[in-house]
Design a protein around this ligand. Structure first.
Ligand code: S3P
Length: 190
């Protein structure tokens, strides 16, 4: 018999013993999808950048400007390590978090990782809406920088347990895809 979304949700929740961690390039839709996924599963949602800002008392852009990227990555690793102590929850991480080897190790070992992927056009149009909030894109042409980041980061993002595409899709379809993929993952099916 075909399973309903309620059955799928319940079966995921009964097996979920670690956080669902969203990774992927800025503008891919990690926060939006993460929030919806958490709401659908009725589990907590946290955005690691928000937590870093709370801990630092200033914005991510300010941290980059005043203290530099290394300082930010250090705080990011500590925040993600703390967030990963929770069990069933959804955590959206900043696009560069998984590129720091120590942060990557704790994410790969302690979560179900989900790569949220979008194409260049979608990514560019999303990030262009608030470039001032994207310190990684301020030193040059955003499209060239994104291209370079895609080349460097995609081979790492690819290691995620689950891959999801967020281009031109109804939100409900993305969440349905996410639920099916998580269901298969917790049941040991790829
Ligand atoms: C970064 C992505 C940002 C934020 C910081 C650095 C990156 O998060 O952590 O500006 O290196 O790609 P989002 O991916 O949520 O925009």
């Amino acid at each position: 018999m075909l399973k309903t979304q309620t059955d799928i949700k319940q079966e995921i929740l009964s097996k979920l013993d670690r956080p669902l961690v969203l990774i992927g390039l800025m503008g891919a839709g990690k926060t939006r999808i993460g929030r919806m996924l958490a709401q659908t599963l009725q589990i907590p949602f946290t955005d690691s950048d928000d937590e870093i800002e709370k801990a630092a008392g200033c914005s991510v852009s300010d941290i980059f400007q005043r203290f530099g990227e290394n300082y930010f990555r250090d705080g990011e690793r500590r925040v993600i390590k703390r967030l990963l102590k929770k069990k069933a929850c959804v955590i959206s991480t900043g696009g560069g978090a998984i590129m720091a080897p120590e942060t990557a190790k704790i994410i790969w070992n302690n979560s179900i990782s989900i790569w949220i992927k979008a194409d260049m056009q979608t990514t560019l149009s999303r990030v262009s809406k608030n470039l001032e909030k994207r310190p990684m894109l301020t030193n040059g042409n955003p499209e060239t920088i994104l291209e370079d980041l895609m080349k460097k980061r995609y081979p790492v993002y690819e290691k995620a347990d689950i891959h999801l595409t967020s281009i031109d899709m109804e939100e409900s379809n993305i969440i349905q895809d996410a639920l099916n993929a998580i269901y298969n993952h917790v049941h040991g099916k790829k």
